[in-house]
Design a protein around this ligand. Structure first.
Ligand code: MCA
Ligand code: AMP
Length: 514
């Protein structure tokens, strides 16, 4: 069924008197305050909160299929960021399910991993992803539901308590495969409200969302903060510097949040424009209320250049999939370049030594966090969950920082095997495991190499079984197994990897070899 046809059906229901908001999820109940405001702009269309309620109810009723409650069944979905995405997210929640958003850029093996690991009950997909998913259609453990088959319908929906599981997002670590981070509705609400209050979100805000929608940054900081506030979230499903500036120049957007790589790319594009266009963009940006950077360290050079272009000192904040945001520079007050700021409301921070003992200001140690924003568990990984908390309940982030001059400053991570590239967290070990499965590769070492644009790019040192390898063939082989952001960008070939006396690969030595 065509989307517009579907939409017409929604409007029919919309004109009926009973629209259900029978949930206990505050984010959704909140909409009664601003039903007629625009919630989402995508694909050249605007959708009100009322539209979102009606459309998500259809999804919920379809998924329930006669049951009273999905009882935390895991529902995965693969659709392009936009109204459909939000309709599914809310529909799954309203039916009592747990959302598992899939990454639109992942190759099939990565998607299959998530489906198997979460034991998804159903996968909802839009037409654009049908051919990608089709090899899985014969698996009868999941129900595959074409998005286009969801018809407009109303029905009874369960009450869903805030303590229930709501979302699973995947994050890479230093051991094993990516882990499913499970957050409850309560966790999500705390993650939202600490930001909406600190950054003074308002109903007349309008934010542009260019981020991938399987990670916290795009989901919580951009989409859900906007929806909590009665504001508008406009989607641009694929980042493109020209398209971003074109949308900005319509003068509707007044908020923007992105990773440092995106600001780097916007600056590079702006630099190439003729002077009159530069001026016009700069004038538009000056009227913004707030611009935020996060997910990776913001280079001071990017902060300074962006300030000359936009007049804004980017607000840098710090967070993690397991906790949402924890530390932020102030909305009002001094934003210190190179610093991530202070603890957000309801979040308690300490810097601890290797024995998990708090240490005094001015000395570097691990950031440890407590608060109602912290996730519930890694899905079906009780040992990993336990290991990531201290005995007295502090969440161990693995990030090393120092508190000085009233602010936290990040110094690095406690593992060289975690790479941050373009704002994505990437495990060197996962890439090594795939490389080692190639018949011509005997051994390998993967590291992050500092890069102005990407933060880090991935470097791979290969020890071959044979004399040579066709690098172009290898890249094609890898593309079938890894998303683009996880592909090595630099290769070196060695006889052996640098090792210490114990035989362990010394990754810091390896980094220097690139
Ligand atoms: C893509 N390319 C890369 C990388 N990614 N090259 C080096 N390193 C990379 N990481 C290359 C592609 O191969 C391609 O090259 C060209 O760049 C364009 O690829 P494309 O996929 O189109 O890239 P893009 O769309 O321009 O992506 C750049 C991006 C994207 C928009 C910055 O990386 C992105 O959306 N990052 C945000 C990730 C994010 O949201 N993280 C938050 C995690 P060629 O044409 O030669 O093939 S949540 C989190 O971290 C916590 C909670 C927090 O604090 O927020
Ligand atoms: P993720 O696992 O994708 O949620 O990434 C979380 C990680 O991103 C954190 O543990 C940090 O290492 C990094 N990160 C997030 N924000 C910042 C920031 N402002 N500066 C430096 N690193 C950051």
């Amino acid at each position: 069924m065509q989307f517009l046809e579907l939409n017409a059906q929604y409007y029919e229901i919309l004109n009926t008197p009973n629209i259900h908001i029978n949930t206990m999820i505050n984010l959704i109940e909140n909409t009664s305050k601003h039903k007629n405001r625009i919630a989402i702009k995508s694909n050249g269309q605007s959708y009100s909160y009322q539209d979102l309620l009606v459309a998500s109810e259809s999804v919920a009723v379809r998924l329930l299929a006669g049951r009273n409650d999905l009882e935390e069944a895991h529902i995965a979905f693969l659709v392009t960021p936009g109204f459909e995405y939000v309709q599914l997210q809310w529909g799954i929640w309203r039916a009592g399910g747990v959302v598992v958003p899939l990454c639109t850029k992942h190759p099939l093996p990565s998607i299959q991993y998530v489906l198997e690991d979460t034991q998804a009950e159903a996968v909802i997909y839009s037409k654009a992803y049908e051919s990608l998913l089709s090899p899985l259609f014969e698996h009868d453990e999941y129900q595959f539901i074409p998005f286009e088959s969801i018809i407009a319908q109303a029905g009874d929906l369960p009450e869903v308590s805030m303590s229930r599981r709501a979302m699973i997002l995947y994050t890479s670590g230093t051991t094993g495969n990516p882990k499913g981070v499970v957050s409850t509705h309560q966790n999500i609400e705390y993650q939202i409200t600490s930001l909406t209050s600190s950054w003074e979100w308002q109903a007349d805000d309008h934010i542009l969302n260019v981020l991938p929608m399987h990670h916290t940054h795009g989901i919580i900081n951009v989409l859900l903060c906007a929806l909590w506030s009665g504001a508008c979230c406009e989607f641009l499903p694929k980042f493109d510097a020209k398209a971003v500036f074109d949308i900005f120049c319509k003068k509707e957007v007044n908020l923007f949040m992105a990773v440092p790589t995106i600001y780097f790319k916007l600056i590079a594009y702006w630099n190439e424009l003729p002077e009159n266009q530069q001026e016009s963009i700069s004038n538009t940006l000056k009227d913004f209320r707030l611009m935020v950077s996060g997910s990776a360290a913001l280079p001071v050079s990017v902060l300074e250049k962006w300030k000359t272009i936009s007049g804004h000192t980017l607000l840098e904040r710090y967070g993690m999939t397991e906790m949402g945001m924890a530390i932020s520079n102030p909305y009002r007050g001094e934003r210190k370049p190179g610093y991530i700021g202070q603890a957000l409301p309801n979040v308690t921070i300490r810097i601890a030594d290797e024995n998990n003992q708090p240490i005094e200001a001015g000395i570097s140690g691990e950031i440890q966090v407590k608060g109602p924003n912290i996730f519930k568990e890694y899905w079906q990984k009780p040992e990993a969950t336990q290991k990531t908390f201290t005995d007295d309940g502090w969440f161990k982030t693995g990030d090393i920082a120092v508190f000085e001059h009233g602010s936290y400053r990040i110094l690095g991570r406690n593992s060289v095997d975690i790479i941050k590239s373009g704002g994505y967290k990437i495990s060197a070990l996962e890439i090594e495991e795939i490389l080692r499965s190639h018949p011509k590769i005997k051994e390998c070492g993967v590291v992050g190499i500092l890069d102005d644009e990407w933060g880090e790019i991935i470097g791979a040192s290969l020890i071959l079984q044979e004399e040579t390898i066709d690098l172009e063939q290898l890249k094609i082989w890898l593309k079938e197994r890894l998303p683009a952001y996880q592909l090595p960008r630099k290769y070196i070939f060695q006889k052996d990897l640098p090792r210490n006396v114990m035989g362990k690969v010394t990754k810091n030595e390896l980094k220097k070899m690139f």
